[in-house]
Design a protein around this ligand. Structure first.
Ligand SMILES: [Zn+2]
Length: 352
């Protein structure tokens, strides 16, 4: 039996950052009076100076903590700082990198964690996983707890670059192939599928598939995308692992990050959407739904746009299964020959 916890608050509203203590007051009545650290990064400090000032005024004993590096050691150093200074609340303010670091530091120091995403680039804003840099490997996923509260200010997200929101949609596209791989692993007696987590993740995918006429920066669509990403995070929490959101397409993304970091720079959610198209082919699934979402929003998944050459594409797929060797996916049983992968690369270059 799995044990899981859900956030006490999930609020998606315009201008919710203007009075956070009020928004959280019913569950955390004295939250604004305890020592608080607001974790963010230098460039966000200037972009959102007004909002950060407001937050610091609302939390009278708060301080800004600007992260330099999003690696494991920095997260542990922050956790130590939190513990040594009796900090009661950690607020993460930023994109995936900041949120992952703040989330992990709050987890290690057993401190309350409030997630304030400024963009919607992947499902880390609500997931029980933090991806951090480590020595030896480029990045590694660490299990932690999901946030105690997630607050999304629609006006803030509207100001995020389009490409970040497209990456958020891309991370949701990948559920189509992740769910297939999860069932496949279960059919080999390698895993069991948690039906409820499966359903939530499938709903997240469907909410992007059936978003006809949606515009990226429209408030209703921002809510829809938020819910999709949060559902992705909660599905992982309920399943007790990342299977509902991460399959062979994520292994491809890991291979790019871990083996080709010097040559390739592609946002997580874009890489996973890029991986979902070939993964559909490997799985024998119709690529129609994945293509439809990619085209509707114009998610930029042409590999060469990120420095991914045919050779890198082929090698990355061939290295994918080894990035998480304990995870059974379609990659364990499909043909990953140079000829087949080259053909898929050329097809993707042509159609996207
Ligand atoms: Zn992801």
């Amino acid at each position: 039996m799995n044990r899981f916890r859900l956030p006490y608050h999930l609020i998606v509203e315009e201008s919710v950052f203007e009075d956070i203590p009020k928004a959280l007051g019913d569950v955390f009545p004295k939250i604004s009076s305890g020592r608080t650290v607001v974790v963010t990064e230098e460039n966000l400090k200037s972009i959102f100076a007004g909002i950060l000032d407001e937050i610091q005024k609302d939390f009278s004993k708060s301080e800004l903590y600007l992260i330099q590096k999003a690696d494991y050691d920095s997260a542990v150093a922050l956790a130590k700082y939190i513990t040594m200074n009796d900090i009661k609340t950690v607020i993460g303010f930023g994109g995936g990198t900041v949120l992952d670091l703040a989330k992990f530091a709050a987890f290690v120091s057993k401190t309350k964690y409030i997630s304030l995403p400024t963009t919607l680039s992947n499902d880390s804003l609500a997931s029980p996983v933090a991806v951090l840099g480590t020595e030896g490997r480029a990045r590694k996923s660490f299990r932690c707890t999901i946030p105690d509260a997630i607050l999304i200010d629609v006006n803030v997200v509207k100001s995020a670059p389009d490409r970040q929101l497209l990456a958020g949609i891309g991370d949701t596209v990948s559920k189509c192939t992740a769910l297939f791989d999860w069932k496949l692993a279960a059919s080999k007696d390698r895993e069991s599928v948690d039906d409820f987590a499966y359903m939530i993740s499938a709903m997240a995918f469907d909410s992007m598939l059936h978003a006809e006429g949606a515009e990226l920066k429209n408030a209703d669509f921002i809510k829809r995308l938020t819910y999709a990403l949060v559902m992705g995070g909660l599905a992982m929490e309920i399943a007790g692992n990342s299977r509902p959101s991460s399959g062979s397409e994520h292994l491809f993304c890991h291979a790019l990050e871990e083996d080709f970091a010097d040559q390739v720079n592609v946002p997580h959610g874009i890489a996973t959407a890029m991986g979902s198209y070939p993964a559909c082919i490997f799985q024998g699934q119709d690529t129609g739904n994945v293509e439809r979402i990619i085209r509707q929003f114009g998610i930029p998944v042409k590999p060469s746009a990120y420095g991914i050459t045919e050779e890198i594409f082929v090698k990355a797929w061939q290295a994918s299964a080894a990035t998480r060797a304990d995870r059974y996916t379609i990659l364990n049983e499909t043909d990953l020959s140079n000829a087949r992968l080259s053909g898929i690369y050329q097809e993707m270059e042509r159609i996207f």
